[in-house]
Design a protein around this ligand. Structure first.
Ligand code: FAD
Length: 500
């Protein structure tokens, strides 16, 4: 095969899919080499598969027919001199431009007993990163459910009430939990984005779920302490037990032992406690790697013919780990490789948590952003809204429990609107009238932060299917689905009202 003009992408994940689609649309020849057996799929929705609300096939991120997609193909080496990559079967594929989109790999927390003497994970232990992980876990959960061990309630959450569960802190792990049926218990290690999604999914499946987070609060990497505590309350209300400020140290026949001596009896342990950029290939090839593969504003590594995007890349000290920046990098690189001027700088991103019954949105970096803080918290109903404002502009924010103003807040955040003295406070006081005003978003307001789609682009579409196919809005975290539906509904009303 001639490699003239050929772009080869290593990894067939979310960033690769977006890039390959952009390149194919521009008529470029592109080969995608992915080690998983599945075509690229939406990882955000894995927990929806575990919950049982989505079929695995629904997660597929469709690629154009012209993309040369090779699945089950692991790249083991890069031969930079020859501009070739070597596959596990020792064959080689030539490239003109190589893109590393190898994502991240889960890290194993230091818990004794996780790995058996033969090097395999203990049979109770599961990772949750890929569709294969999800299917394995699903099979185990289905087995416990068919054994009649646990059943979910009609509203999809487990039957425990707030009286039966508690949120503990470093001062003492509470022993109370749901009724503790053997065979239907799961411990999720890690209270980050993945941990919360898995915990909710397992709760919805009817398991008694306990979450162990070593930090002082949940979602430690994304939100400040108060928000983390409200999220813990919400999760508790939904039927899980949350332990913060304590670490799991040992897995024994009796259960998972915490560092305060308490043991959680369990049938399943799901590891979600962090991941790190997958950089081994780049390192071996002698590319500059710090935490991630170091790239410049054109996503170029220390070799001018090799690029890196997504979770594996590091730009200016920042390693991401979310879909919106991965897709933005992919879009920038597709333009750059098509010969256009395009550059990427870590910027403003809005991340939504996809977990049934848990509404969380994070704008920018509310943990570290400096500025004046305007916040409204109502622990009784489990809502927390916080904006960090500098020179009148929203520079970061956290919304928990009530996302009715997310569209308007995101619009001000994206545009850097200079707000009046009372406006940030008013933005945090939603009412029905103002929430309903969101369809009036101006055409250039961003509605889908994963795919960078504006309200105007949605308004040009006639149906949800057309929105999905032409703009890719709603295909990422799905957090924009309601806004898109409202925009389409308003458009229909306006069209119907237009004299012919
Ligand atoms: C369960 C889960 C839930 C998530 N939820 C959210 C969320 O709600 N919001 C959000 O913004 N983000 C979320 N994320 C993170 C998001 O999925 C990632 O940021 C995104 O997938 C990054 O895309 P990527 O292409 O860089 O990496 P990936 O999608 O991880 O793809 C990398 C691919 O490269 C393959 N690969 C690696 N090395 C090789 C090799 N040598 N040869 C061939 N193939 C290789 C890997 O097997 C993998 O298929 C979630 C992630 C998980 C796992």
């Amino acid at each position: 095969m001639s490699s003239a003009g050929r772009v080869v992408v290593v990894g067939a994940g979310m960033a690769a899919a977006r890039l390959a689609d952009g390149l194919a649309a521009a008529g470029r020849a592109v080969t995608v080499l992915g080690d998983e057996p599945h075509p690229p799929y939406n990882r955000i929705l894995l927990s929806a598969v575990l919950e049982g609300t989505h079929d695995p096939a629904a997660l597929e991120l469709g690629l154009r027919d012209t993309v040369d997609l090779r699945l089950g193909t692991r790249v083991v080496d890069i031969h930079r001199e020859q501009r070739e990559v070597e596959l596990a079967d020792r064959s080689r594929v030539g490239y003109d431009a190589l893109v590393l989109a190898t994502g991240s790999i889960p890290t194993l927390p230091p818990i004794r007993g996780l790995v058996r003497p033969d090097g395999r994970l203990h049979e109770k232990v599961h990772a949750f990163r890929s569709l294969a992980d999800c299917e394995r876990l699903d099979a185990v959960v289905s087995t416990s459910s068919t054994n009649g061990v646990s059943t979910s309630s009609t509203d999809g959450v487990s039957t425990s009430s707030t009286d039966g569960v508690s949120t503990s802190s470093t001062n003492g792990v509470s022993t109370s939990s749901t009724n503790g049926v053997t065979g239907g218990r799961a411990v999720v290690v890690g209270g980050g984005l993945l941990g919360l999604q898995v915990a909710r999914a397992l709760s919805v499946r009817g398991l008694d779920v306990e979450v162990v987070e070593g930090g002082e609060h949940l979602l430690r990497g994304q939100v400040e302490e108060r928000a983390g505590r409200i999220i813990a309350r919400d999760l508790t209300r939904l039927g899980a037990t949350v332990y913060t400020g304590t670490r799991a140290v040992r897995l024994t026949d009796d259960g998972l032992v915490l560092d305060n001596g308490f043991t959680l009896e369990t049938d399943l342990v799901v590891l979600t406690a962090g991941g790190r950029p997958s950089t081994a290939l780049a390192r071996r090839a002698g590319l500059e790697v710090r935490r991630g593969i170091v790239v410049d504003e054109r996503l170029r590594t220390s070799d001018a013919h090799i690029y890196a995007i997504g979770d594996c890349a590091q730009r200016g000290g920042t390693v991401t780990g979310f879909v919106p920046p991965a897709w933005e990098q992919a879009a920038v690189l597709a333009r750059h490789l098509a010969g256009e001027e395009a550059s990427y700088e870590p910027g403003r991103h809005v991340v939504r948590l996809r977990a049934t019954g848990l509404d969380v949105a994070v704008l920018g970096d509310p943990v570290h952003a400096e500025g004046e803080v305007v916040e409204v918290t109502n622990p009784v109903v489990g809502s927390h809204r916080r904006l960090v404002v500098r020179d009148g502009r929203i520079v970061a924010g956290t919304l928990v429990g009530d996302l009715s103003r997310i569209g308007l807040i995101t619009q001000h955040y994206d545009r850097g609107t200079v707000l009046g003295a009372n406006e940030p406070g008013l933005l945090l006081m939603p009412d029905r009238a103002t929430a309903a005003a969101e369809p009036q978003l101006p055409d250039d307001a961003e509605v889908c932060s994963c795919a960078g789609v504006s309200a105007g682009a949605v308004r040009t579409c006639g149906s949800l299917e057309e929105v999905r196919d032409t703009t890719r809005a709603t295909t990422g975290c799905g957090g924009c689905s309601d806004a898109v539906r409202r925009l389409l509904a308003t458009r229909t009303t306006l069209l119907e009202g237009t004299p012919r």
